[in-house]
Design a protein around this ligand. Structure first.
Ligand code: 4AD
Ligand code: MG
Length: 462
């Protein structure tokens, strides 16, 4: 039955009318003379209060209404006399859609730990915290599409199954229909992938960038927004095996245009959240991180620092700080280094550029110095790297040489190299980790808590 959602009812302010509400019971309390049910339908943090006169209802039916049960309530919406809510529903009819036995339903009390909720991730959307996170996640996804649409970008669908390794880190999930316990073999004893479904080895994509570049080289400005997969065994609060990435790619952009786009895009998303998710952000601010809203506003209203990797390393070395991983020119920055630069040294987001070519992917534009590439990482407070991107190597000869140098198989990326053979152009792009963005916007500390069904090592139950 279609009924107004609780968020609409609470917002409308129209009282003294008959309404129907449907939702899940958060709490029930009361006495012989009156019962109060707090009902929530997931449309907002707030519950609507249902007032019940026990004498007017079947006793067993009322008994079956416990935390977690799902109800439909017909009644009259009136101004509430009690404190804590503006309106309430005086119930005239209640239908129990589904009960939730108190001795088995796990979400009995408020204030369960995030660890406990992770173990019952299939139920945690029914809590206030995860309701808020899921609504913010939706709003950010919508804002991403809106931003790009309004700026003349086209949404390009890139494949999830690929034969190439964009980032070259080799941490990929194989996709195969071969029998794992008895695969066909070649004469030399290796697995014969010519007999596999696609006639060659394939994997789940780690990034849509390479295909995204093909789009940019034709329709100019594209973005991808889809799941990506990495089989790196990193059990950190910032890594998932399956995460969503947004990858704009733009023809004729150099690295500076790329940085401008990244900063404008991130600020747009933060402003959108502050404007459209106010109630949920205030809830997260109150419950989990009381600097959340001020941090969002701070990032929105301050320029990002733009700094070369080489200068960044000098700052780290001069800091006198004992890092777990000591840092010298050439090292890949750890999250502790990134956060030192952002949180302690500059106290602002930082875009670090011109990294050593050895620690970056093959496709990045090579600088004249022969040892750095035109990479850019956007580093955020509490997160570290939120965006990774670069200007792309547009020169066919240089790109082919780099592919060879790294021992990559040309047979996997010949089509990508061809973009530089015909009508090559300067172009740039980046990847924003959607869940890293959500960590920042929700104030959560663990990436498993900003995706409905996290995939991490040994965790794919639901
Ligand atoms: O820096 P990365 O590896 O860059 C790329 O994949 C490029 N192809 C992007 C591009 O230029 N089009 O990943 C981009 C972002 C990171 O900055 C981070 O926010 C996120 O993706 N990310 C992860 N998020 C969650 N779990 C993981 N295992 C992640 N690995 C990267
Ligand atoms: Mg990166």
């Amino acid at each position: 039955m279609k009924t107004p959602r609780i968020a609409e009812i609470l917002k409308s302010g129209q009282i003294d009318r008959d309404i129907t509400v449907q939702g899940w019971v958060r709490t029930k309390r009361g006495n012989k003379n009156v019962a109060f049910i707090a009902l929530n339908d997931g449309s907002c943090v707030a519950n609507i209060q249902i007032v019940v006169d026990p004498a007017a209802f079947d006793e067993d039916m009322l008994k079956s209404i416990t935390t977690g049960a799902c109800l439909r309530v017909d009644g009259r919406l009136v101004k509430s006399l009690g404190a804590g809510q503006g309106v309430e529903v005086q119930a005239s009819h209640i239908e129990v859609y589904g009960t939730a036995a108190p001795d088995t339903y796990p979400l009995q009390k408020k204030g369960h730990s995030l660890e406990f909720l992770r173990d019952i991730a299939y139920l945690r959307p029914r809590t206030n915290t995860f309701g808020a996170i899921l609504r913010i996640r939706h709003a950010m996804a919508y804002a991403i599409h809106k931003y790009f649409n309004d700026h003349g970008f086209y949404y390009l669908h890139t494949p999830l199954i690929t034969g190439s390794d964009c980032e070259g880190a080799g941490a990929m999930f194989r996709v195969t229909t071969l029998d794992a316990s008895n695969p066909p073999r070649t004469e030399t004893g290796e697995v014969d992938f010519t007999k596999d479904f696609f006639g060659k080895p394939c994997n789940l994509t780690v990034s849509g960038q390479l295909e995204g570049e093909l789009g940019a080289m034709a329709i100019g400005q594209i973005y991808t927004f889809g799941p990506t997969f990495r089989a790196e065994n990193s059990n950190t609060p910032r890594h998932l095996a399956e995460f969503w990435m947004i990858e704009p790619e733009v023809a004729f952009y150099d690295i500076n245009d790329n940085m401008d786009l990244a900063e404008d895009f991130l600020k747009y998303l933060i402003a959108y959240a502050l404007e459209n998710c106010r109630e949920d952000l205030e809830f997260m601010n109150k419950m989990w991180d009381n600097e959340l809203i001020s941090r969002l506003e701070f990032v929105l209203h301050n320029d990002f620092v733009r700094l070369e990797y080489t200068e960044g390393v000098e700052i780290l070395k001069a800091s006198g700080r004992k890092f777990e991983f000591p840092c010298d020119w050439g090292c890949d920055l750890q999250s502790e280094h990134e956060r030192y630069l952002v949180e302690e040294h500059f106290k602002r987001p930082v875009i670090l550029t011109n990294y050593p070519k050895e620690i970056k992917a093959f496709y990045m534009k090579q600088n004249e110095d022969g040892r750095t590439v035109r990479a850019m990482d956007v580093l955020f407070p509490k997160i570290g790297e939120i965006i990774g991107g670069s200007e792309r190597e547009a020169d066919y000869g240089k790109l082919c040489a780099r592919v060879k140098e790294l021992g990559m198989h040309e047979s996997e990326v010949w089509w990508y190299l061809d973009t530089r053979r015909w009508g090559s152009a300067p172009h740039s792009g980046f990847g924003l980790g959607f869940e890293r963005l959500l960590l920042f916007v929700t104030g959560m500390g663990n990436i498993r808590d900003v995706i409905p069904f996290p995939r991490t090592p040994n965790n794919a139950e639901f």
